[in-house]
Ligand binder design. Structure first.
Ligand code: AMP
Ligand code: GLY
Length: 459
């Protein structure tokens, strides 16, 4: 990382001054540089998702130079990683002006919910991602449930509660199985699928007892839905949406989908259950009414809309929305993208998304998360990881960094989800073999992974 004052010297960037050439690993970069100057882009975030975004962005002929704040050691091979306090929006704006940033891509939800895109908009700096008001689709489960009710979007029946007494009274007439959710952002931990009445009551006590702080000042209790889960992503420009891709994640830490919830232990794309017909139905019944509803609420939605779906016997139903790309879903969707990502993201921000379908390869991608032992409760940091280069050298295999850090010439674990090993193949089986073959050459005894990623689809 370079300190901020070193950047003045780098301000005059162009393709010839790019410090790190784009990785050509996934084939040639896209040709046909469009008219106009290539631009500098700032990517916000530090996970595997952002590494996948960085890899896709650096293939763009429209990119001059990529900056990442804060980035990670994998991203550092593609971009200039900078120390920037992204909660200080004025500092981000100043950096963008200094470095002549033409476009900002926001990876994670927290800066979106905090209104970073609003402040960039006010400063005239185009950015990918929803405004604070529109990011409520992720930031408040109650907001989303009310929107679904008002715009006839299929979802589980629900109630919203701000007092423990009212929530417990609702449980008297709504027996388990039932789902209790903290309203706000709770790092994926705020959802309790209660299989017994006692569990449901305990969840209410825990949330109103302050387990999730402000995020649990309100809660949603909703009907338990049965079916297969899938993640669906659509690009949105405020008015219109374009289907992007589908994926399936593995949220539980243990094999066979057991143990506590995590940010995601592995994923594959496409999701076989998301047929063309199902995708069209989700666009029609869930995504499009959401855009209409958000416009009507005075908060038009721009960015990527990530719908967590339950495919029930009555059709697809919304579990929740996220206002950003998924992690690790992005690590399997972007390697399938057969076109330049940057103009697609820019069209979302500019409000004129094209109608032509997104070009994705027919291949399947599967990623396995290599996590630090102890994750999700208490991941052990500081152990040394060896052999990543061996995995990177394998064909149709990409290693995305997440919680890693450089210490001298050593790569060390610095978080819960540490690496993602993605394999590409003509079938799920093929992609899975590649991903695990890559993981197996990495020497990291302090890491663990699920060995069954893809099991449902392969069953
Ligand atoms: P969320 O954070 O809202 O995606 O919820 C986490 C997980 O809880 C989901 O991936 C589902 O497996 C489960 N879940 C959430 N809501 C429901 C529901 N209404 N019925 C059944 N399972 C649910
Ligand atoms: N993998 C789930 C998420 O990104 O929220």
């Amino acid at each position: 990382m370079l300190p901020l004052d070193c950047f003045a010297a780098l301000a005059m960037t162009g393709p010839e001054l790019r410090l790190c050439p784009p990785s050509l690993k996934r084939g040639r970069p896209f040709l046909n540089r469009p008219k106009g100057f290539p631009m500098n882009v700032l990517l916000i975030g530090s996970g595997g998702r952002e590494h996948a975004l960085a890899l896709a962005l650096t293939k763009s002929p429209q990119l001059a130079k990529l900056f990442a704040a804060p980035g990670n050691p994998g991203i550092a091979k593609l971009a200039e990683c900078v120390t920037l306090d992204v909660t200080n929006h004025a500092a981000v704006v100043d950096f963008c002006r200094l470095m002549k940033i033409g476009f900002v891509v926001v990876g994670p939800e927290a800066p979106l919910v905090a209104g970073l895109v609003d402040d960039l908009d006010r400063a005239g700096i185009p950015a990918f991602g929803p405004t604070k008001a529109a990011a409520q689709l992720e930031g408040s489960k109650g907001f989303t449930k009310d929107l679904a009710r008002d715009f006839h979007i299929p979802t589980a029946a629900y109630g919203r509660f701000t007092t423990k007494a009212a929530a417990l009274a609702y449980l008297d007439t709504h027996p388990a199985p039932i789902v209790v959710k903290a309203d706000g952002l709770a790092a994926g931990k705020g959802v309790i699928v209660a299989m017994s009445d006692t569990e449901a009551r305990d969840a209410v006590e825990m949330i109103f007892g302050g387990a999730f702080g402000e995020a649990g000042a309100e809660l949603v209790i909703e009907e338990f839905m049965e079916g297969e889960e899938a993640s669906f992503f659509a690009l949105c420009d405020g008015e219109r949406a374009l289907a992007f891709a589908s994926a399936q994640d593995h949220k539980r830490v243990g094999e066979g989908d057991t143990g506590p919830n995590t940010g995601g232990m592995g994923a594959y794309s496409p999701a076989p259950v998301m047929t063309a017909e199902m995708s069209a139905r989700v666009m029609r019944e869930i995504i499009e009414p959401t855009l209409i509803g958000m416009k009507a609420r005075g908060a038009p939605y721009k960015g990527v809309l990530f719908a967590g779906l339950m495919l029930t016997k009555d059709g697809p139903k919304l579990i929740e929305f996220n206002a950003r790309f998924g992690d690790p879903e992005t690590q399997v969707m972007l390697p399938r993208l057969q076109e330049d990502l940057l103009p697609l993201l820019m069209q979302c921000a500019q409000g004129h998304l094209r109608a032509e379908p997104v070009k994705l390869s027919d291949s399947t991608a599967l990623t396995v998360v290599f996590a630090a032992k102890g994750y999700p409760e208490n991941p052990q940091k500081g152990s040394t990881i060896r052999g990543v280069e061996k995995a990177e050298a394998m064909s149709e295999t990409i290693v995305f960094h997440a919680g890693t850090k450089r210490e001298g010439d050593k790569l060390v674990a610095n978080g819960g989800r540490v690496l993602n090993i993605t394999g590409l193949g003509t079938s799920l089986r093929d992609a899975r073999e590649r991903a695990y073959a890559g993981l197996n050459v990495i020497d990291w005894p302090e890491g663990f992974c699920r060995r069954d990623i893809g099991w449902r689809a392969l069953k």
